[in-house]
Design a protein around this ligand. Structure first.
Ligand code: PLP
Length: 364
C-alpha cells in the first residue's frame, strides 16, 4: 500500500505517558504514580462542571448541538467578540490542524520558534510545507522578522507562553512585530497558557479581542485543557476575523465536540474563582521548584505557565533522569527530542511536588 509521501518523515507525537502504561510496564500501583508530564491542572476542574456534566450524562443518543451556541455565547462574552469570530476544536490542537490545512500546501513555508509546540511541525508536514525555524531558544522577534522578510512564510506561529520552555513574549513587542507583517501571512498566537502568564505579569498578557480587531491576519488560540482542568474533554478555540473563521469552517468536521465536552467547557468558563485559585496555587508551588533548582545547581527557565523546565549541565543526562523517575512512578517530560538536555515538570499539588523533590534529590 502506498501512503501519502508527506507522512514518511513524521515521527508520531509522543504524548505524556499515560498512568495506565506505567502500571503495566513497571507493575506500580496507580496510587503510587504521579503524572507531571502534560501540564494538566492538578486540582481537577470546577465542581460545577462535574455537577453539570453528571446531569446530562445520559444524553448520548443525539448528536451534539453543532452550532455550539452555549459555549460560543460564553466565549463571546468572556472575550467581548462576536460569535462569528469563534471556532471551536477538539482541543486547540484541532484548530491548529484546521489552520494549516486551510492555508498551507507543499509550496508553503511555515515559520516557528526553534523550540516550540511539536504539533505545528506535525501538521505542517501533513501538507508537505517547509518548516523554517529561528535559532534562539526564546522567541526572538527580530530574528522572526528577518526570517519573515527572507522567506515570506504563509503562516507564523508564536507560542506565548512557549511550550516546552515556559517563557513568554512581551505583549507590546508582539503587537509591534505583527504590525510589520503583510496581510497575506497569517500569524497564529497560541495562548494555551495565557491565563497563567496574565496572572504573573501584565506585560505578557495578550488581549485577544484587541489583537483580532487590529489585525485581520491574526488568529488567537486558547484551550480548556490547562488552567480550566478539562484536558480529558478536548475543547479548544480559535478567535479571529470572521473571514478566517469562515474558511476554517470548511475544514471542520461536523459534531467535532461532544455534548458532554460542550457542557463542561461552558460551565467551566463561568467559574473564574476556580481558575484563579488553581493559578495562584501553581505559582506558589513553583517557588519550591525554583528553590530546589537553586539548591542543586540546576538552571530553571523563568516560567509563565504551570510547568517548569529544568536544564541540566553535561554532568547530568535528562533521559537517564526521566527514565529513573519513571521506574519509580514519577512521569515527567524528557525534552531530549527537542534537542534539550532538560526535563519539563508540570507543577502539581503540594504532595505531588514533594514526591518529585524526594525522588529527584536521590538521583542528582
Ligand atoms: C496543550 C497545548 C495546546 C493544545 O492543547 P489541547 O488539549 O489540544 O487544547 C496547544 N498549544 C500548546 C502550546 C499547548 O501546550
Amino acid at each position: 500500500m502506498k501512503f501519502n509521501k508527506n507522512l514518511e518523515n513524521i515521527k508520531t507525537y509522543e504524548a505524556g505517558k499515560p498512568i495506565e502504561l506505567v502500571v503495566r510496564e513497571f507493575g506500580i500501583e496507580p496510587k503510587d504514580i504521579v503524572k507531571l508530564a502534560s501540564n494538566e491542572n492538578p486540582y481537577g476542574c470546577s465542581k460545577n462542571v462535574l455537577d453539570a456534566v453528571s446531569k446530562i450524562v445520559k444524553n448520548m443518543a443525539l448528536y451534539p448541538d453543532d452550532s455550539m451556541m452555549k459555549l460560543k455565547d460564553g466565549l463571546a462574552k468572556r472575550f467581548s467578540v462576536a460569535k462569528d469570530n469563534i471556532i471551536i476544536g477538539s482541543g486547540s490542537d484541532q484548530v491548529i490542524e484546521f489552520i494549516i490545512h486551510a492555508i498551507a500546501n507543499s509550496n508553503s513555508k511555515i515559520l516557528m520558534n526553534s523550540v516550540t509546540f511539536a504539533m505545528y511541525e506535525i501538521y505542517a508536514k501533513h501538507v508537505g510545507a517547509e518548516i523554517i525555524r529561528t535559532t534562539s531558544q526564546e522567541h526572538d522577534l527580530e530574528q522572526f522578522y528577518e526570517l519573515y522578510k527572507k522567506e515570506k512564510p504563509e503562516i507564523i506561529f508564536l507560542c506565548t507562553p512557549n511550550n516546552p520552555t515556559g517563557d513568554a513574549i512581551d505583549a507590546a513587542a508582539m503587537q509591534e512585530f505583527i504590525s510589520k507583517i503583510d496581510k497575506d501571512t497569517l500569524v497564529v498566537v497560541d495562548g494555551a497558557y495565557m491565563e497563567y502568564a496574565a496572572y504573573k505579569d501584565e506585560s505578557k498578557s495578550v488581549d485577544a479581542k484587541e489583537l483580532i480587531e487590529k489585525f485581520e491576519n491574526v488568529i488567537y488560540l486558547g484551550t480548556f485543557s490547562k488552567a480550566y482542568g478539562l484536558g480529558g474533554m478536548r475543547v479548544g478555540y480559535g478567535l479571529a476575523n470572521e473571514n478566517i473563521i469562515k474558511e476554517l469552517y470548511k475544514i471542520r468536521p461536523p459534531f467535532n465536540i461532544t455534548t458532554l465536552s460542550l457542557e463542561a467547557a461552558s460551565v467551566a468558563l463561568e467559574d473564574e474563582a476556580f481558575v484563579d485559585e488553581s493559578i495562584r496555587l501553581s505559582f506558589l508551588e513553583m517557588k519550591r521548584y525554583e528553590e530546589f533548582a537553586k539548591q542543586n545547581s540546576i538552571e530553571i527557565i523563568d516560567s509563565y505557565t504551570n510547568f517548569v523546565t529544568l536544564c541540566f549541565d553535561d554532568t547530568r543526562n535528562s533521559t537517564q533522569i526521566s527514565d529513573a523517575l519513571l521506574r519509580q512512578g514519577m512521569i515527567v517530560r524528557n525534552l531530549s527530542s527537542y534537542g534539550l538536555n532538560a526535563i519539563r515538570v508540570t507543577v502539581g499539588t503540594h504532595e505531588q511536588n514533594s514526591r518529585f523533590f524526594e525522588l529527584a534529590q536521590k538521583l542528582l
